[in-house]
Design a protein around this ligand. Sequence first.
Ligand code: AHR
Length: 669
Amino acid sequence: MNKLLLLPVLVLAGAGTWTARAAEPQTTQPEKSHEMVVNTSKRTATVQPTMYGIFFEDINYAADGGLYAELVKNRSFEFPDHYMGWNIFGNVELHDDGPFERNPHYVRLGSSGHNYKYTGLENEGFFGIGYAANAEYRFTVWARVPEGGEATLTVMLCDPSTQSERQQFAETRLKIDSPEWKQYEAVLKADRTVDRGTLRLMLRGTTPVDLEHVSLFPVDTWRGHRNGMRKDLAQALADLHPGVFRFPGGCIVEGTDLGTRYQWKNSVGQVENRPLNENRWHYTFTHRFFPDYFQSYGLGFYEYFLLAEEIGAEPLPVVNVGLACQFQNKTGHAAVDELQPYIDDVLDLIEFANGNPSENRWAALRAEMGHPEPFGLKFVAIGNEQWGEIYPEHLKPFVEQVRAKYPEIKLIGSSGPESEGEKFDYLWPEMRKLGADLVDEHFYRPEKWFLTQGNRYDNYPRKGTKVFAGEYACHGRGKKWNHFEAALCEAAFMTGLERNADVVEMATYAPLFAHIDGWQWRPDLIWFDNLRSFRSCSYYVQQLFACNRGTHVLPLTMDGRVVSGQEGQKGLFASAVIDDNRHEIMVKVVNTSSEEQPLSLRFDGKALRKGRAYEIVATTFTADDPDGENTLDQPERYIPVTGAPQSIAGNRFETIVTPKSVNLYRIAL
Ligand code: AHR
């Protein structure tokens, strides 16, 4: 029997907001339903608030050129090619005795000696500078008149590609009148949208002027912070409601060699004096080569802790364990007896996050930067994708010293770069021996892997060291990347994480961000260009799980078995949780098959009272084409759709699960 049901639907328009959308048809009535049974009286595990989180690494221009809202590239003239990103004209000289010790270079603009021949410079930004109509931009520069007098600098926001009379569409003049270095500032308003603009500076007159740390930010950053984050991208993170925030890598923690590893101490303090580091993603792939990709550390550890706090996520920094990237280095690691400076970096980082400003210089720096209260750091990961005997040997002294001083901090070790195999099998027992609180597992694997790993954690030991699925993404076959099917496979797998929340305490998809013109690695969760961004199908899966995490796992079975895509389960995956704060039961059912699947969802146990009427709200995430994906032009082509509440008779809900769909059923108690 076929029946056509017309249901009014609501559309997820951001965290917690739902908008009405036209009714859509639903088809077919079940012939024979799969019966899934939720036992509402038994709680098998506590779901940690950290369960679903985010992992940020400066890859794909995620920081400079991305989340970090600075629009000027090479603002301190410290790139190895000091004028990279700049066009210079007239009489421009490079000097290296500037006011910032760790970024000593600056430029001197002098008279060109001719009328109508100007001295100046122009910055191309990261893939151009994006200007939005009516938005304001804050220009700042450190400057001085080295020979005294008064110089005038014209600051212009330009659109070099325009055919109109003037390339500049906003302009202001700054008087530089001090022979001492001083910061000058001006706010300019764009009167049009330009996606690949420039910033042009011109010297007027003949008085020489020195310029250092030339910066341009949108005034409207995330939470209005100076040195802040791009608002749409930070909002996308906030809308995920992440429980945990891993940072800053990834491979960049290790460095191509130890000299280029991420050193958090270089990323804090006055932003003008944070030394530049290379970014290994500039050259790691010669087929995606970006010679202008460096780390300014403008988005450093202070900004990270602050953002984590503001979006409600527990910070989880990753620190170097004295090993350079093992893919690229057989030697060049620190010897075990040379590890103390690396260990001190970890101890000092804990102080920077949590210490008392009157007792510790790193805590005092945090207070000076604007946050006297502690950030409440609870986790530290030591090492990224390390492997072999060298790793536990190195990790041991870190564990001993951090434990001795900060027993409350949970420590996370690595299981290597692979999801299984020799390296993985060796490291897990080693991590247990060292008493790691969690072990970080990484899997960038194809669809098939995700579909056969729904029960990966069912037989993990329930006691002792827990799992942090710290980097994962379904890497689709062929040219498919952030397509719907990849997100579907991730959702199927995530039901297995959730069912095993007593073992898996956190999970973070990777990588997080990618600039459409500057990516090195895909798929990625959030894509952007200079002005726009979109959230991938995988993003919506992450959001659906994170916003409906629950507080405890409830047993859910089909024919007496957990639902993890096993033989005879027709590609169905499912998990159920109860939320003691929201007073809701939430069931997630993922149908990875191409068939409609009739489903009868039965709620046994005490949570649903006899004789009382209940309603279910169903959200479905599906796509007309499993290879389809969201794009900058169609950012919401695929988003979860929520229907109107439906009454259920007694303790049973009958429905039909759409082919290839992720479904959430919420029942308010
Ligand atoms: O997420 C991209 C990279 O993948 C990370 O830097 C690394 O940890 C892993 O190999």
